[in-house]
Design a protein around this ligand. Structure first.
Ligand SMILES: *Cc1c(COP(=O)(O)O)cnc(C)c1O
Length: 424
């Protein structure tokens, strides 16, 4: 028995499913989770001392690679000054200024502790600001696990095959209207029937929780103009895309501005952090300035801020960072496409910047329904094959591959060899 297996045996007795987040379970791929002992650069080391090239990157934050010295040192310095004060600190001001300087649509920002909290709070602000209650979301987009958003959610919800979570009262989701991703016509129809009741449209500007699904030309632009016309708040959930597709996130990448934006993952540099921000007049509704209540004992935690600041500043101050990351990512995803083509395989690869996904389906994947045509059991075989060759992928068909800047061309070559081996 391996040490991971032993740890898992103990874990399942005391932690539901043996994991503290369902996306870490290896159930859908028929494996036992590898317990990770440490990580550096592009590599994970498990409890048995086995090494893996990591394409999960802690689900996004590790865009610089694991244990980056700038982030680690900033954290150690902050730790030496005290872990939490429950009072205002300079780093929070620096973080707010930094986010506002990088994302033009963000004029004010509030720090929270997770992406879930960011979304929950942004929607509350949108409702408080508009005095309306309905929220439009897209099937397959994941916006964290707050009650109102657990309707046709992606990510772990999708893998579990649970359409909606138990324990969510109907009353909490009755104002959540769900539309297919990329289906602008249906959104228009919805606005025609009840546009003046819609507080917000929330969208992942690149769907990254049903595999990777790109917005088609005109989709985000169309949402933008509908929200402007009807006075609804456009919320971009950039918990994954923020600072990943570029310094100004998906909104910079696609040239469409949101009214409110949620962040998470990368802005914490690996620490539990989220944030929501946007137009001044909306953010001014948030307490203590306005009537929308939202609070957090550990929000803006100094150690977490230090990690996030160091990560964001490194992204900002490294010349050509995103060009280089995207070049390497393209090398990987194009390489995979080539392999599929040569093997005569009909499977699909969707990619945007350093996010990508291999779907085991012959259909073009543009929404939740087409993503679900993927053969999850084929993915499970692929996952095991890659894991055995030391490549750590997400243990689910419906998650992205995250490429980090630490990955070398040689390591990409090693990855492509493993892919090649599976398809021939
Ligand atoms: C991960 C994620 C969330 C939830 O963030 P947590 O920190 O896990 O609560 C919300 N939205 C998107 C797009 C995400 O990918």
């Amino acid at each position: 028995m391996t040490r991971s297996e032993m740890l898992f045996e103990r874990a399942v007795k005391r932690i539901p499913g043996g994991v503290n987040s369902p996306v870490r379970a290896f159930g859908s791929v028929g494996e036992t989770p590898r317990f990770i002992a440490s990580a550096k650069g592009a590599w994970l080391t498990d409890a048995d001392g086995r090494r893996y090239l990591d394409y999960v990157g802690s689900w996004g934050p590790m865009i610089l690679g694991h244990n980056h010295p700038a982030v680690r040192e900033a954290v150690l310095e902050a730790c030496s000054q005290g872990l939490s004060f429950g009072a205002a600190t300079e780093r929070e001001v620096e973080m707010a200024e930094l986010i506002c300087s990088l994302v033009p649509s963000v004029e004010m920002v509030r720090m929270v502790n997770s992406g879930t909290e960011a979304v929950m709070s942004a929607l509350r602000a949108a409702r408080g600001y508009t005095g309306r209650e309905k929220i439009v979301k897209f099937a397959g987009c994941y916006h964290g696990h707050c009650d109102a958003m657990l309707v046709k959610a992606g990510s772990g919800v999708m893998t579990a095959g649970v359409p909606d979570s138990a324990g969510v009262p109907k009353g909490c989701t009755k104002d959540t209207l769900t539309v297919s991703y990329n289906d602008l016509k249906s959104v228009e129809a919805l606005f025609e029937t009840c546009g003046r009741e819609i507080a917000a449209v929330i969208v992942e500007p690149v769907g990254a929780n049903m595999g990777v699904v790109l917005p088609e030309k005109g989709f985000l632009e169309g949402l933008r103009s509908l929200c402007s016309r009807y006075g609804s708040v456009l919320v971009f959930d950039e918990v994954i895309t923020g600072f990943r597709l570029g310094l100004s996130g998906a909104q910079g990448y696609f040239g469409v501005e949101a009214d409110l934006t949620t962040f998470g993952k990368i802005i914490g540099g690996g620490m539990p952090v989220g944030a929501y921000g946007g137009k001044r007049e909306i953010m001014e509704t948030v307490a203590p300035l306005g009537p929308v209540y939202q609070a957090g004992t550990l929000s803006g935690n100094p150690v977490a801020m230090a990690a996030g600041l160091a990560e964001l500043r490194t992204l900002r101050d490294t010349p050509g960072f995103y060009e280089e990351l995207h070049r390497k990512s393209q090398m990987l995803f194009e390489g995979m496409r080539e392999i599929l083509k040569k093997a005569g395989s009909p499977f699909q690869i969707n990619a945007a910047g350093s996010l990508g996904c291999l779907f085991f389906t012959d259909q073009e994947v543009r929404d939740y329904a087409s993503a679900k045509t993927s053969d999850s059991s084929a993915y499970a075989q692929y996952f095991s094959h890659m894991l055995n060759r030391g490549i750590y992928l997400a243990p689910s068909q419906f998650e992205a591959m995250f490429v980090s800047a630490a990955l070398t061309e040689e390591e990409i070559g090693k990855t492509l060899q493993a892919v090649q081996c599976f398809f021939t």
